[in-house]
Design a binder for this molecule. Structure first.
Ligand code: DGY
Length: 325
C-alpha cells in the first residue's frame, strides 16, 4: 500500500510507516505542492499524510474518494471539508493534545515579549541604536495580577491560562461556546460574553478554531472595544484577525501591542509593516515546533495512517461520526 506525504516529517513517523510495510512517496521540494499535482500523487496512493497548507476541499475529496484515510500533521483541520469527508466516509485524523503545552509556551513568549517590546528593542541594538540610558525610554508594562481573556478555551487555551495564573497570578476570563468546567475549577476562570472579554481583558489570547464564525472576527470595531493598554495574542490561525485593522490599531494606539505566531497569508512577506512596528512581535508559526512535539505529531499521524489502511477505526479521528451505525 502506498502513502503520499506532502512534507518531510520527523523520522519517528516515517520509520513507523516503513515498519508497517508501507511504501512512502514524499514531496521533498521546499515549495508549495500545486493542488492538481497533489491530486495526481494521491490518485496513485491509498492514503495521504498532509502537512502544510494544501486544501483538502470538496474538489480534492471527490477526485480522491478512493483514499482509505487522510492523516493531518496538525491539530487544526480548517483546511479540510469535513462535511464532504463525512459524506464520502473518509476518516480524517489529526494530532490533538500533544502540541497544547508547546503552543501555549509560544503564546506566553509572545505576551511577555510584547509587554517588554523585546523583539523591537533587540532590533535596535542590532542597528547600533543602543547609545544612552534614558530612565523614561524602553518602558514596558507589568503583567502581574492582570486579566487574561481567552478566546476559545480548549486545551491550548487552558495551558496558556495555567501558565499565566502560575507566573503572574492573573485573573482568567474566557469566551467559548461551551463552559469549561476544568478551567473554572482549577483556574477560577469565568465565562463571559464576547463584549465583556473585549472590555475587561488586559491580554486577549486567541485559541479558537478557524470557522465561519471566527474568520476575521478581530476587526477594527472589535479592537476599538479593547483597552488601549491591552495586548492581542494570536497563535491559532491568522485569518481570525483582520491584518489591516490590526496594523491600524497598533499604529494609532487603539491597543498596546500584538504578538502573532500566525499570519494571513503564511509565509508573511518580509516587508510586512507588522515586522517593523515597535509594538508587534511576529513568529513564523512555530507553536508546535519542538523536537519532542514534532516527533509525537509524526508518530500520531503514522498511527492514523496504519489503522486507516487496515480498515480499523483510527486512533485520533476528527470525524468519528463516520464509524457510527
Ligand atoms: C496545528 O497543529 O494546527 C498547528 O497550527 C501546528 O502547525
Amino acid at each position: 500500500m502506498k502513502v503520499f506525504i506532502t512534507r518531510i516529517i520527523a523520522e519517528t513517523g516515517l520509520k513507523k510507516l516503513r515498519e508497517a510495510g508501507l511504501e512512502l512517496m514524499i514531496w521533498e521540494e521546499k515549495k508549495e505542492l500545486p493542488q492538481e499535482q497533489l491530486i495526481q500523487f494521491c490518485k496513485e496512493s491509498n492514503a495521504l499524510l498532509s502537512a502544510g497548507y494544501n486544501k483538502i476541499d470538496a474538489h480534492f475529496l471527490k477526485e480522491c474518494s478512493h483514499l482509505k484515510v487522510i492523516a493531518l500533521h496538525s491539530v487544526g483541520f480548517d483546511n479540510v471539508d469535513i462535511l464532504e469527508a463525512d459524506r464520502l466516509k473518509i476518516p480524517i485524523g489529526n494530532t490533538p493534545g500533544i502540541l497544547s503545552g508547546p503552543t501555549a509556551d509560544v503564546a506566553f513568549l509572545l505576551m511577555l515579549s510584547v509587554s517588554r517590546k523585546a523583539f523591537y528593542l533587540h532590533d535596535k541594538i542590532k542597528k547600533g541604536e543602543w547609545k544612552f540610558f534614558e530612565p523614561t525610554a524602553n518602558l514596558g508594562i507589568n503583567l502581574y495580577g492582570k486579566t487574561l481573556g481567552i478566546f476559545g478555551l480548549g486545551s491550548i487555551g487552558f495551558e496558556m491560562a495555567k501558565r499565566c495564573v502560575g507566573a503572574y497570578n492573573m485573573n482568567v476570563i474566557y469566551h467559548n461556546r461551551n463552559k469549561n468546567s476544568l478551567a473554572e475549577k482549577e483556574l477560577n476562570a469565568r465565562m463571559v460574553s464576547f463584549e465583556q472579554l473585549l472590555n475587561e481583558s488586559d491580554i486577549i489570547s486567541v485559541h479558537s478554531n478557524l470557522t465561519t464564525e471566527t474568520i476575521g472576527i478581530f476587526n477594527k470595531e472589535v479592537f476599538e472595544k479593547m483597552k488601549p493598554t491591552s495586548i492581542f495574542i494570536n497563535t491559532a490561525r491568522g485569518a481570525i484577525h483582520n491584518e489591516e485593522d490590526l496594523i491600524n490599531a497598533l499604529r494609532t494606539g487603539t491597543i498596546w501591542g500584538a504578538g502573532l505566531d500566525v499570519t494571513n497569508p503564511e509565509p508573511m512577506k518580509w516587508d510586512n509593516p507588522l515586522l517593523s512596528l515597535p509594538n508587534a512581535a511576529v513568529l513564523p508559526h512555530i507553536g508546535s515546533a519542538t523536537l519532542e512535539t514534532r516527533d509525537g505529531m509524526a508518530d500520531m499521524a503514522a498511527q492514523n495512517i496504519i489503522a486507516g489502511l487496515k480498515g480499523e477505526k483510527i486512533p485520533f479521528p476528527v470525524n468519528p461520526g463516520i464509524y457510527k451505525e
